[in-house]
Design a protein around this ligand. Structure first.
Ligand code: SF4
Ligand code: FES
Length: 248
């Protein structure tokens, strides 16, 4: 396949970025999108041009690092996959592909396609954990019966990989799908009940302080989420928040 790539280049956080156009040839339809980017970088380096900086780690849909906005969609045109799981067979010979970083005020560009998503870490630190009694008298978690439906929903919420596609896709740059997945993961389990009130209040407060926008229920986040995180989690978080606010 021959492709024209329009790629966002930005030297650093404060530099003015711009789209650069590159031609690439002999791309196999069986390559992953990141392998195609590796190929582009080999080509650029052989021409004495700085390679394109992009984030990646696991390359198998687990770490959530490979944040790219491809042809106007977070993680590109496929569904329920991350950029590293996207294959070039989703494109056609002769296509022009536009590649940008995830854009949101709370995710500043560090370089080219790499953005700073530490805002998500700070939201997690604000409440995305449980405190465990390590006195030696701790009850075995397996000894606590949990309703199968609750266990399934908690597990589904826990599959959020913190990639940020929900934020990049949302016209308000809202982080509600991410935060609600993290809140739901614990809200549905007995182990999460102990700190439930502080958790939802603190995580939502941190989310607001980081500058994410408000949710207006467009549902775009759910469509682009590579892990299929459901909007039901946002509804659950809103109920948790209302309940915590009245207690507080
Ligand atoms: S909710 Fe989905 S899109 Fe948002 S961070 Fe989690 S996995 Fe990524
Ligand atoms: S590189 Fe880990 S999810 Fe894509």
């Amino acid at each position: 396949m021959k492709l024209t790539l329009k790629v966002w280049r930005q030297a650093n956080r404060t530099a003015k970025g711009k789209m650069e156009t590159y031609q690439i040839q002999e791309v196999s339809p069986n390559m992953s999108f990141l392998e195609m980017m590796d190929m582009l970088n080999q080509q650029l380096m052989s021409q004495g041009i700085e390679p394109v900086a992009f984030d990646h780690d696991c390359r198998e849909g687990i770490c959530g690092m490979c944040s790219m906005f491809i042809n106007g969609e977070a993680h590109g045109p496929d569904r329920l996959v991350t950029t590293c799981q996207l294959h070039m067979r989703k494109f056609n010979d002769g296509d022009t592909i536009t590649i940008e970083p995830f854009r949101a005020n709370a995710f500043p560009v560090i370089r080219d396609l790499v953005v700073d998503r530490s805002a998500f870490d700070r939201i997690q630190h604000a409440g995305g954990f449980i405190s465990v009694n390590t006195s030696g008298n701790t009850q075995d978690a397996n000894a606590i019966p949990i309703n199968k439906t609750d266990a399934d929903h908690a597990f589904d919420a826990a599959t959020c990989i913190g990639c940020g596609a929900c934020v990049a896709t949302c016209k308000n740059a809202s982080a509600m799908l991410f935060v609600s997945a993290k809140v739901s993961q614990y809200a549905l389990l007995p182990q999460g009940k102990v700190e439930a009130t502080e958790r939802v209040l603190n995580m939502v407060k941190q989310m607001d302080e980081e500058g994410f926008g408000n949710c207006t229920n467009t549902g775009a986040c759910e469509v682009e989420c590579p892990k299929g995180i459901s909007l039901e989690n946002i509804a659950r978080m809103n109920r948790e928040y209302l309940s915590a606010s009245t207690k507080g």
